[in-house]
Write a protein that binds this ligand. Structure first.
Ligand code: EPZ
Length: 414
C-alpha cells in the first residue's frame, strides 16, 4: 500500500460509514489469549497493522491463529514461551501486554521493551510496580526486559495515574495469582470492561472493570470462549468530527453513545447539528461553529486520542479554542502541519490555542503518529486544493479501510 494519501478537499460528505471494532480493545485481547488453555474465537477483528503484528507475535509463541475474513480462531494449546525478541515487538506499544499475559501464565517472560507512537516519554513504571507487588522480580538489560516470579500472590496495588496499560497488564498478570488482587485508581476505559468481560467468560474472576477499583480473584486456568469486540470509540469520534467538518448528511453506525459522551457534548457546545441514536450518530451540515475549550482526561473525560482530530475541526470555529493535554504533553505535532495549510495555532507546553476561523489550503504534510494522521486527513477534507499526506502508515495502524470508507462518503481521496 503506497505510503501517501492524496485528498482533493472541500467536498461535501454524504451517506453511511460503519465503525470497525476497537483497536485498543483488540490489541489487549490478542496477547491475553495466551492465558487460555482452549481455543478462543474473535469476531469483527479490525484489519489494521497492529493486529497483523500481534498475530505474528502469537505465531512466534506457537499459538495457532487462523483468520477467516474478520473472524479469528486462536489455539493456544501448544504455546511455547520463547523470548519475544523480534523487532516487530517494538513497532507497537501494546506488545507490552505480552508481559502481563506471559508472566501470569508462565511466571516468566523475556522480551523487547515496547515501542509505538512517539507521544513523548511513555514509561511503564506503573506496570512494573504492579508486577513486583504480585511477587515478580524484574531485570532490564538494554532493550530487553525479563520478569520472573516463584509465585504470584494477590496484593493491593495503587496506581499513581489511572493508566490504561498498567491497569490491563496487572489484570492479566493477576488472573492466576494466589488470592485477591485489588487495583486502586484503575483506568475506567471501555476497553478494560471489554477485556474483563471476555476473561470472565473464560473463567476469570474480575470485578469492578469500568470503575476505579478492580478486584481479581486468582483461578487455576482459563477455558476458551467466543468474543465480539466492542466498536472503536476513537474511530467513531474521528468520523463524527470529519462529518461535522464537511458533512451534509452522514450517519456513523456501530457506535456506543456512552463511549463518546465527552465528544458529543463538546460538539453540541460548538453548534454542530447532529442526532444520537441507540447505535449511531447522524451529522448534518453545520456552519457558524463556535470555539470551545478542551481538557483531555482519562475516561470518561475528553479522550486524548480525539484532541488531535478535533483540532482540525476547530480551525473552522469562530474564536479561540484552548486545548490542554493532561495525558501526553507533547501530543501537538499535528499543529505545525495544520499551520502549513493556513491554520493559526499556537503551541505551548502541554497546551495549544486554535485561533479561528481560518481557511485551509492543501499542502504536502507529514503524519507523525496515528491520531496526528487522522487530524491531517480531516484537514485535507476541509482544505481547498490537493493535500498530500506522507507517512500514511501511521494512519493505517488504527483506521481500518479509512480511504475506502471516506471515498464511499464522497471524499476525493486515494
Ligand atoms: C492507551 O495507551 C492507548 N493505547 C492510547 O491510545 C491512549 O491515548 C491512552 O491509553 C490514554 O487513553 C492503547 O490502548 C494501545 P496510559 P497507554 O498508560 O496505555 C503515563 C492511540 O492513539 N504512564 O493510560 O500507553 C504515560 O506516559 C493510542 O490509539 C506512566 O507514567 O496509556 C502517559 O502520559 C495513543 N507510567 C499517561 O500515563 C506508566 O507505567 C497515559 O498512559 C504508564 C503510563
Amino acid at each position: 500500500m503506497e505510503d501517501i494519501i492524496r485528498i482533493n478537499g472541500n467536498k461535501k460528505l454524504n451517506g453511511e460509514v460503519v465503525v470497525s471494532s476497537c483497536k485498543n480493545s483488540v490489541v489487549a485481547i490478542l496477547p491475553s489469549v495466551v492465558l487460555a488453555s482452549e481455543i478462543v474465537k474473535l469476531y469483527d477483528v479490525p484489519n489494521i497493522k497492529d493486529v497483523q503484528i500481534l498475530i505474528k507475535l502469537l505465531r512466534l509463541l506457537n499459538v495457532k491463529v487462523t483468520a477467516d475474513d474478520d473472524e479469528l480462531t486462536i489455539d493456544p494449546t501448544n504455546i511455547t514461551n520463547i523470548d519475544l525478541v523480534d523487532e516487530d515487538v517494538m513497532k507497537l506499544r501494546a506488545s507490552y501486554y505480552f508481559m502481563g499475559a506471559l508472566l501470569g501464565r508462565f511466571k516468566h517472560v523475556r522480551m523487547y521493551s515496547p515501542g509505538g507512537c512517539n507521544l513523548g516519554p511513555r514509561p511503564i513504571d506503573l506496570h512494573l510496580k504492579g508486577f513486583e507487588a504480585l511477587g515478580a522480580k524484574i531485570k532490564q538489560e538494554g532493550n530487553i526486559i525479563e520478569i520472573d516470579a516463584e509465585e504470584l500472590t494477590g496484593d493491593d496495588i495503587y496506581l499513581d495515574f489511572a493508566s490504561v496499560g498498567a491497569t490491563i497488564n496487572i489484570m492479566l498478570a493477576a488472573c492466576f495469582a494466589r488470592g485477591r488482587t485489588t487495583i486502586e485508581n484503575a483506568a475506567k476505559e471501555p476497553e478494560i470492561i471489554d477485556l474483563s468481560s471476555m476473561l470472565n467468560k473464560m473463567g476469570a474472576q474480575i470485578r469492578g472493570a469500568g470503575t476505579s477499583e478492580i478486584t481479581i480473584n486468582g483461578v487455576s486456568r482459563l477455558k476458551g470462549c467466543i468474543h465480539d469486540i466492542i466498536p472503536d470509540r476513537i474511530e467513531a469520534g474521528t468520523y463524527i468530527i470529519a462529518a461535522a467538518a464537511c458533512g451534509q448528511d452522514v450517519t456513523i453506525k456501530n457506535v456506543i453513545p456512552q463511549h463518546i459522551e465527552a465528544l458529543t457534548l463538546k460538539l453540541e457546545e460548538m453548534g454542530v447539528n447532529f442526532e444520537i441514536g441507540s447505535d449511531f450518530v447522524r451529522v448534518y451540515e453545520s456552519n457558524n461553529l463556535k470555539a470551545v475549550d478542551i481538557i483531555t482526561q482519562p475516561f470518561p473525560g475528553f479522550a486524548t486520542d480525539l484532541q488531535q482530530p478535533l483540532t482540525a475541526l476547530l480551525t473552522k470555529a469562530k474564536g479561540d479554542s484552548h486545548i490542554e493535554e493532561t495525558i501526553y504533553i507533547e501530543r501537538f505535532k499535528h499543529c505545525n502541519e495544520l499551520n502549513k495549510m493556513g491554520a493559526n495555532i499556537e503551541v505551548g507546553s502541554g497546551d495549544s490555542m486554535v485561533h479561528g476561523p481560518t481557511s485551509l489550503t492543501g499542502q504536502d504534510i507529514f503524519a507523525t503518529d496515528l491520531r496526528c494522521g487522522a487530524s491531517l486527513v480531516i484537514a485535507g477534507l476541509i482544505a481547498n486544493g490537493e493535500t498530500i499526506i506522507h507517512n500514511a502508515y501511521h494512519i493505517y495502524r488504527g483506521y481500518d479501510s479509512i480511504v475506502d470508507k471516506l471515498r464511499a462518503l464522497g471524499a476525493d481521496i486515494k
